[in-house]
Design a protein around this ligand. Structure first.
Ligand code: GDP
Length: 459
């Protein structure tokens, strides 16, 4: 457990976004938070007021009134940072906030560093490191799903899982270490087969968490989705229909979408980054030749490929030929039979042998709901959407879990080769170290700096 290190410094920062607004909030935290505000506040004596109370008054620089404000008091340890915290709600003018900040600095506060409020909250035991990181994720969340995952992590769901894993390993490490004390007597307190079972079950849980990172990554960064197909298949029309705005150029001349257009759409809370490409076609036209090369390049970056073809002018044999020529990367793909509004029942019936096929009409906006369902299906978003599963979204956590998993394999190998207790215990301690880094039982200054400097000031 990290000892509480209540700071001597009182920090101050603007906690609301910069710019004009109805109100702005300046936050102070530290031993002098209340006295600093009191020194420029005309109203009640703040030092005599109870925690979690609000007080109206004016902030004055000498006799000049800078603003009418509402002061909120949180007395440590019942505050975000566990220190005395004062929030001053003033009018949201950049001039006023700057004047108030300068005044508080003159009265002895210092400007907070990025993430310093949250760092203090962590160091004072308000929450663990994974929860602190989730605060930043929550602020950055821009969809129902990223919000849901960050909220679960902030409220400690992920931390509980990691702590439960650690607790079980600690138990074993201490049993093995106990054996070492009795090494003369050749006793085995730690049942080796139980340890093996424990490691297998930990590996299953960790593998599950590691696999969830793929979804975590999808949530944070979106799914790069390439829309490919021959010229005139309707790629730009589909992209427009999905984005519901006219960003790509639509034209009847084959091969006019010459460049790569990338745009985003939120579907079921997942961000799809659509990449429309120039028609895939061997061509002598140099501008388009660049486009074709780019398509192939983009395909390599795709996590999902939508291959669009015109059902009215493509035979199943041609479609197969196109797909063979395309050399699709090993990612999920959907075949989209477009222009179904113009197709005969025979044409629609002739593609029965193809899997992952969706018929639609991009032009008439028909079949788009089915397509959206399929898109979510392809990226396995359903578990994420129901919220049952813990999803790792943080690369740092992913790496620590990977290191834990690698070390668990070493423990298993050690058990197989009859490694002595002291070595086994050392390997288990290494697992504990890696797991502890996630929740912050194990930290270094560099690690903390790395995490908190990515926060914004005032957080
Ligand atoms: P791209 O070259 O693959 O980007 O194809 P476009 O999106 O430019 O579409 C080529 C032509 O097909 C345009 O005239 C579109 O209006 C038309 N088109 C696209 N989708 C449909 C559809 O579902 N039905 C019909 N009838 N026409 C479509």
């Amino acid at each position: 457990m990290i000892p509480s290190i209540l700071s001597k410094d009182t920090i101050v920062a603007l906690s609301t976004a910069a710019g004009h607004g109805a109100i702005a909030v300046i936050r102070l935290s530290g031993p002098e938070a209340i006295s600093i505000v009191q020194s420029v506040f005309k109203g009640k004596n703040l030092q005599k007021q109870a925690s979690h109370t609000l007080h109206f008054g004016t902030i004055r620089d000498a006799e000049k009134i800078l603003d009418e404000v509402v002061v909120t008091l949180f007395k440590g340890p019942n505050s975000y940072t566990k220190e005395d915290v004062v929030e001053v709600s003033c009018h949201g003018s950049p001039y006023i906030t700057e004047q108030l900040l300068k005044l508080f600095l003159r009265q002895g506060a210092r400007l907070a560093e990025a993430g310093e409020f949250t760092k203090r909250a962590f160091l004072n035991g308000q929450f663990d490191l994974a929860q602190a990181e989730a605060v930043a994720d929550l602020i950055a969340s821009d969809s129902a799903l990223t919000h849901q995952v960050a909220m679960k992590q902030m409220r400690g769901g992920f931390s509980q899982e990691i702590k439960a894993l650690r607790a079980q390993l600690i138990h074993f490490a201490s049993m093995i270490e106990l054996e070492l004390d009795f090494s003369e007597e050749d006793v085995e307190f730690a049942d080796r087969s139980a340890l093996r079972r424990l490691i297998s079950s930990l590996q299953r849980l960790i593998t599950d968490l590691l696999q969830s990172f793929e979804m975590g990554n999808v949530l944070k960064n979106g799914v790069p989705t390439v829309i490919a197909g021959k010229p005139n298949a309707g790629k730009s029309t589909l992209l427009n229909a999905l984005l519901n705005e006219e960003k790509a150029i639509v034209s009847e001349i084959p091969g006019t979408t010459r460049d790569v257009i990338e745009d985003e759409a939120m579907i079921g809370g997942i961000r799809f980054r659509f990449i429309d490409t120039a028609g895939l076609r061997e061509t002598l036209d140099t501008v388009e030749a660049i486009g074709v090369a780019r398509t192939k390049e983009q395909l390599q970056k795709a996590a999902l490929v939508l291959y669009l073809f015109d059902v009215t002018s493509t035979t199943p044999a041609q479609l197969q030929e196109e797909l063979d020529a395309l050399n699709l990367p090993a990612v999920p793909y959907l075949l989209l039979g477009n222009k179904k509004d113009l197709a005969t029942p025979e044409q629609l019936g002739s593609f029965g042998s193809f899997e992952n096929l969706v018929y639609l009409s991009a032009g008439k906006k028909e079949g788009l709901e089915d397509l959206k369902k399929e898109l979510l299906e392809q990226v396995n978003a359903n578990e994420a959407i129901t919220g049952d599963r813990t999803i790792v979204t943080n690369l740092r956590h992913y790496q620590s879990l990977q290191q834990t998993s690698d070390t668990l394999i070493e423990v298993l190998q050690g058990l197989d080769s009859g490694l002595t207790g002291d070595w086994l215990a050392a390997d288990i301690r290494r697992c504990l170290y890696y797991l502890g880094q996630i929740t912050g039982e194990i930290t270094t200054d560099d690690l903390l700096d790395n995490i908190f400097t990515k926060f914004c000031i005032g957080k």
